[in-house]
Design a protein around this ligand. Sequence first.
Ligand code: NCD
Ligand code: ZN
Length: 332
Amino acid sequence: MELPLADDLHVHLRQGDLLALVAPTIRTGGAGRVLVMPNLKPPVTTVARAAAYRRELQAVAPGVEFLMTLYLSPELTAESLVGAAAAGVVAVKSYPKGVTTNSESGIESYAPHYPLFAAMETAGLVLSLHGEVPSDPDRGTSILDAEARFLTHLEQLHRDFPRLRIVLEHITTAAACACVERLGDTVAATITVHHLDLVVDHWAGRNHNFCKPVAKLPSDRAALRAAATSGHPRFFLGSDSAPHPRHDKETACACAGVFTQPLLMPYLADAFERFGRLDRLRDFACRFGREFYRLPRQTGTIRLERRPCVVPDAYGPVVPYRAGETLAWSCE
Ligand code: NCD
Ligand code: ZN
């Protein structure tokens, strides 16, 4: 199959040595354009910092188009967004406090940010949401229903800012699929590769499959598969590829994140073929995302071949998704 270069609208590219390892694998995996998450240490909270981060990425992977995000925080004001577009910033990412990797400076309430959302609506910036409420077992909330309970926040934000484009990231539940579909044309969702196959059993006790939001029940997985292959234009690819060194995964208190960047399109082709919907791969990975983000077509192409491909045991210190397994597809 010949496809355009994919748009991967949610990636973690890290800093330092890990950045140098991961950024060059974007093209290998078949993507030519990525939306870069801002949860660095410290988080990317200014346009100047996003521009500097982008230059760093471009130096390591010149063939990739990097779309940047800012981390929603009190530092971020309507005035501070001046020059955002010129710096390649297309979205502001919101992490609820403490729900995932590097979210210690995340937010606790959306109300204080309403002036910013109004400015974003006018400027055409996208609001990108990590859609989980913080766990509070004493009040009946755990990581299993954290996403479903977040949906009222999404509905409220959409009601208050109907023209603001909002992306609910890395959805994992049937409830999120239904909610996004029900809301208007300005609300979309990204779906990862790994959530198309994982359920709770695959990550409990298996740290390399542990990510946030955690994979849920078989019925949720069925809904995600249906959404991704439905041809609905508001469900598209965001891999949430999130590399962590082995020592941060193979430990009693593991970091959340699954690394899929280097074999992104082979994983996806493998999955879509098993679902009997290879015909829907192109729109999911190469069209719907860029249309929602109002981006032009990419010019490069990739070739996906039905040739077995063994997933390496490791890329440097990082263990990839499905390490050691054989995928049915290879990508050039
Ligand atoms: C991400 C990371 O490692 O930065 N981890 C993850 O499990 N997805 C953060 C995130 O997107 O939640
Ligand atoms: Zn992420």
